[in-house]
Design a protein around this ligand. Structure first.
Ligand code: S6P
Ligand code: ZN
Length: 191
């Protein structure tokens, strides 16, 4: 039961995704070993600098049935080889839990992969875009622009985050830059 006196409103900055309150998770390049297709480019980039790739500030007001949690994300621009900076990606532990993403600033995409059929979809995410992520769908954010991509994801309090399956076999598709444009390709075996 939500305590009535708890803070129910938060100020955030759409460009920096700064927000008071909430638990902050930061992911650096070193946290994403094995997630990018080009392992050699990954090690070269990491040797140069263990860059901050993204930060999520999560607000979890209550945990009961019907409650919601939300996270404010900022994913910085950059590439490993030709592949755009990305989030780890996950399924929800409660598989039927859906999520709504609201793009605040920047240019990017959400890669969606149906766990049951393996079918992929790429949805633009950024300024003025909302994306509905159905249940049973792995989701990963990618920044295809030159500015930070900021967004909010709202999900059921009981969703939970399951990183295991993605860490093991990764998404079937990769988003790479070709001739200055994002192109979705099949992941090559072993990458
Ligand atoms: C949570 C929601 C987002 C992600 C964020 C980071 O359900 O989908 O807030 O947590 O985009 O991605 P990841 O895959 O590292 O949690
Ligand atoms: Zn999610």
């Amino acid at each position: 039961m939500l305590e009535f006196f708890k803070t129910l409103g938060h100020a955030y900055a759409a460009d920096s995704a700064a927000m008071d309150g909430g638990a902050i998770v930061e992911r650096r390049l070193s946290d994403l070993r094995g997630f990018f297709a080009d392992a050699e480019a990954f090690e070269t980039a990491l040797a140069r600098e263990d860059s901050l790739l993204y930060r999520v500030t999560a607000i979890e007001p209550a945990d009961g049935d019907g409650d919601l949690h939300y996270g404010l994300g900022i994913l910085f621009p950059g590439k490993v080889g030709d592949e755009y900076y990305l989030t780890k990606g996950h399924l929800h532990s409660t598989r039927e839990a859906a999520e709504v993403y609201l793009g605040l600033r920047g240019e990017g995409c959400l890669l969606l992969e149906d766990e049951q059929t393996g079918e992929s979809r790429l949805e633009p995410l950024g300024t003025g875009r909302i994306v509905y992520v159905p249940g049973h769908t792995a989701h990963r954010t990618m920044n295809t622009g030159t500015e930070p991509l900021t967004y909010i994801g709202v999900y059921p309090a009981n969703a939970g985050h399951d990183y295991g399956a993605i860490a093991e076999r990764n998404f079937r598709k990769v988003l790479v830059e070709e001739n200055g444009r994002p192109v979705l390709k099949d992941r090559e075996a072993g990458s």
